[in-house]
Ligand binder design. Structure first.
Ligand code: AMP
Ligand code: MG
Length: 540
């Protein structure tokens, strides 16, 4: 229904299928508790005392049919997406889910600081759930406060939009609003808690259901609710599956196969752009294969397969860059275990899991060949070997993952005739310490480039066409950790210009943007070990 407040129109049509079709927690008191036989608890966002809009995504606003969020509708927009105004038709709730954290079953988790305002239908007919992150406590807040600080909200807001523009499946972010209230955090977990500005991000996705949404119900042996949630998800988010209205054992198996495929495709994208999620717990895995829950994530600057930004994970590095495909597989296995009660034959779930491995390796190989401007039809073993050798070479000396591929695109196919020094000149910008690269490393790098040139020669593709194709999959602009941190430093002083400039830059990550050239550079040396620039804690 259209809701008009004070003469201005935030024309949102609420459909709220999650809360009308699935079982609710019967208790409506907002107290922390274990919830049973329910998919969600109704809860109201806390009022922000002095909300201020830091940034918004114009694309998301347009998709949702929200006109002029900073002009005529500014007051209402701010109030609604700070959580202060309850529009007619909203049905706010927090979702119940569990999860495996760092490989261990953690029991009930749930939306501890995320409150969905409701689900709307957009002008183009899509269903989207609007969810405020940092809008106050819920029954799932356990010992925490339900709030979010500005620094982590900036990181979530910018990265959601950056990923979208990079072509990576992701939840979106509509708005970033400071609340005017302070939130106390011990950022380094060293006993020095301090007040920080609080903020709320409005996230947007067709569904926020996670692997853990099913795991909690299976763990509670609540097969009835498990089936209801699975059927709901299939009916609305996977309607193309056979018997989606009345799922059979085969429907569940095919559904799980598709979840595995989507998850594999998402991870392939992460590996393409150099993204490390940082906390791939099963509660942070979307059933739609969207990147979700941007916490202590990071972007690989100098390529290091073993890198993780998350200080909480330094001991085992479970969620390091190169381990992400394996963890996704492990997480799918946990989801598969939870779906066993729905199928006649466990082998069908096992087949989906096995399919993940095959699909991932084919899709990853095709993606890496794309990055290299080579045809996906090449011999698979040779292609794997070329890629493996490249990843080895990239680690011989600190080499910027993003810059390397952009520079490689510049190498002309006739470069075989050049000297090693000339060849290396093309990619020298990508090296962090170009003056101290050893002779062996130089030789190995040149050898690899020559091998790649040989492969290019087989395909005889015009250089300009090949360069355009490479640049369309190898971004020039990513949200390097230190850039996010610089924007945070300014915003915490009340200057939100860099958040907005970064958002602008990240809208066109594959294009040359001379006005943002300095932000395409390597991570500066001062940022090498500064917290926020290379390491992050979960405290947010
Ligand atoms: P995360 O590691 O951010 O995915 O969070 C794991 C669980 O902790 C989820 O259930 C979150 O909702 C919850 N959580 C994280 N931070 C807070 C917070 N400040 N207040 C309440 N719950 C939180
Ligand atoms: Mg989470």
């Amino acid at each position: 229904m259209a809701v008009h407040l004070g003469g201005i129109a935030l024309d949102l049509t609420f459909t709220n299928r999650f809360t009308t079709e699935l079982p609710a927690d019967p208790i409506e008191v907002n107290q922390r508790r274990q919830v049973h036989k329910a998919c969600f608890s109704r809860v109201t966002p806390v009022v922000a005392s002095a909300p201020e809009l830091v940034a918004h995504s114009r694309e998301v606003a347009a998709d949702l049919g929200i006109a002029d969020p900073t002009g005529e509708n500014a007051d209402e927009f701010l109030s609604v997406f700070a959580g202060n105004t309850h529009l007619d038709g909203m049905d706010p709730y927090a979702m119940c889910y569990g999860g495996h954290q760092f490989g261990n079953w953690a029991g009930q988790l749930g939306d501890g600081r995320a409150i969905a305002l409701g689900e709307i239908i957009t002008p183009s007919g899509e269903h989207q759930t609007l969810q405020l992150k940092g809008a106050g406590p819920t029954p799932y807040s356990r010992s925490a406060d339900g709030m979010a600080v500005l620094r982590s909200s900036i990181r979530e807001f910018l990265c959601s939009e950056a990923m979208h523009h990079l072509g990576v499946p992701t939840t979106r972010a509509l708005s970033l609003i400071t609340t005017g209230d302070k939130v106390v955090r011990d950022m380094f977990y060293d006993g020095n808690a301090a007040p920080e500005p609080g903020a709320v991000v409005c996230r947007v996705a067709p569904s926020f259901v996670r692997f853990g949404s099913f795991e909690i119900l299976a763990a509670q042996h609540d097969i009835d609710t498990l089936k209801q949630l699975a059927d709901f998800t299939i009916r609305h988010d996977f309607p193309h599956l056979p018997n989606a209205e009345e799922p059979t054992s085969d429907t569940y198996a095919q559904w799980f196969t598709e979840i595995a495929t989507r998850t594999a495709d998402m991870i392939v994208h992460w590996m393409r752009v150099g993204f490390v999620h940082g906390v791939m717990n099963t509660d942070n895995m979307s059933i739609l294969g969207l990147t979700i829950d941007y916490g202590p994530y990071g972007w690989v600057d100098n390529f290091d397969a073993d890198w993780t930004p998350n200080t909480t994970d330094f001991g085992r590095k479970r969620y390091r860059f190169a381990n992400q495909p394996h963890i996704a597989y492990w997480n799918l296995a946990q989801l598969g275990n939870s779906l066993v009660p729905l199928v006649d034959d466990v082998a069908s779930l096992q087949a989906a899991i096995d399919g993940y491995i095959a699909h991932y390796s084919t899709a990853h190989r095709a993606m890496m060949l794309d990055k290299l401007g080579l045809s996906p039809d090449r011999d698979a073993d040779e292609a794997e070997d070329l890629v493996a050798e490249l990843l080895r070479v990239l680690q011989l000396t600190e080499t910027d993952f993003t810059i390397f591929f952009r520079r490689l695109a510049e190498v002309p196919s006739g470069a075989q005739a050049m000297s090693d020094e000339e060849l290396l000149g093309f990619i020298a910008d990508a090296h962090y310490t170009p003056d101290s690269v050893s002779a062996e490393t130089k030789a190995a790098t040149a050898t690899w480039i020559r091998r790649w040139l040989d492969d290019l020669a087989d395909e005889a593709r015009p250089d300009d066409e090949r360069k355009a194709a490479m640049n369309a999959v190898n971004p020039k602009y990513v949200i390097r950790n230190y850039l996010a941190q610089l924007a945070i430093d300014k915003s915490e002083q009340g200057d939100h210009s860099m958040v907005n400039d970064l958002l602008e830059m990240l809208r066109n990550p594959y294009d040359e943007q001379p006005q943002f050239e300095e932000w395409a550079a390597k991570r500066p040396d001062w940022a090498r070990s500064r917290p926020g620039c290379s390491t992050l804690s979960c405290s947010s």
